[in-house]
Design a protein around this ligand. Structure first.
Ligand SMILES: CC(=O)[C@@H](O)[C@H](O)COP(=O)(O)O
Ligand SMILES: NCC(=O)COP(=O)(O)O
Length: 247
């Protein structure tokens, strides 16, 4: 079974565009849970363009004991204003899983993963700190990554394959080589003892092909396309459709 974790960043984008509390993240999370999602993902950024620290806290209360909570972010980004940093947030809310992503403020969205060989040593103390909190640790990596010994050595338990290039290849009709890169990365990670997650620009159109190609795919986190599709079909219906693709 592949767990569907719904990323709620885009609900917060809409809410922040007017101030106030609507659309409500709590109501969206509740709707997704009722519709059968297995987790909720948020990716707070220090510039607070969408998810804010208080959202992370409120969702933690709402999700506890119901579904998994996946907190994503750059562990090296320093505190800024009332953004306390990813480790401090995790210390407060103890998410089920922490997904470490090497993103920067200048980026429109996440657009690459860690280079595990280069980055393992500086990630090591952070991975240890998150694990000390009881969080499962996943590292965001590019498709094409095949050396996973450094990730295993520092205590990571999962990787998340960055699927943006896969989604673009799928849309262009030339998906074979990019999908093959994802398959090889998943295979090598699993061989090293890591479980495999995936995310970024996955959609109802491209998810089935991806899921069929990756045996043992543990989790997908999906936000942008899912929330967009929900504008037409409703959030609960859309979540159920993703579940059908994954079941
Ligand atoms: C790690 C990842 O691929 C997603 O969390 C993505 O970064 C969504 O973030 P935005 O909603 O800020 O684009
Ligand atoms: N980790 C990927 C994620 O949470 C959602 O990415 P996207 O579907 O918003 O591109």
């Amino acid at each position: 079974m592949t767990l569907l974790s719904v990323n709620l960043n885009k609900i917060a984008v809409l809410r922040n565009s007017r101030g106030g509390d609507e659309p409500s993240l709590a109501r969206a999370a509740h709707t997704c849970i009722e519709a059968g999602c297995g987790g909720i993902t948020v990716h707070p950024r220090p510039d607070q363009r969408h998810i804010r620290p208080d959202d992370v806290r409120v969702l933690a209360q709402l999700l506890r004991g119901r579904v998994e909570y996946n907190l994503e972010g750059n562990p090296f980004a320093p505190p800024r204003g009332d953004y306390p940093g990813l480790l401090a947030l995790a210390q407060e809310v103890r998410p089920t899983q922490i997904t470490l992503v090497p993103d920067g403020d200048g980026q429109l969205t996440s657009d690459h993963g860690f280079d595990l060989v280069r980055d393992a040593e500086r990630l090591a103390p952070l991975v240890a700190a998150f694990r000390e909190l009881g969080c499962r640790v996943s590292l965001f990596v590019d498709a094409g990554t095949v050396q996973f010994e450094p990730a295993v050595r520092i205590g990571a338990q999962r990787i998340e394959i960055y699927t943006g290039p896969y989604a673009h290849a799928f849309a262009s009709g030339h998906v074979d080589s990019e999908l093959a890169r994802c398959v090889e990365t998943a295979r090598r990670a699993q061989q090293a003892g890591l479980a495999v997650n995936a995310g970024h620009d996955l959609s109802q159109a491209n998810l089935g092909t991806f899921k069929a190609a990756i045996p043992g795919l543990a989790e997908v986190s999906i936000g942008h396309a899912l929330i967009g599709e929900a504008l037409y079909d409703g959030l609960a219906t859309t979540v159920r459709r993703y579940r059908q693709i994954l079941d």
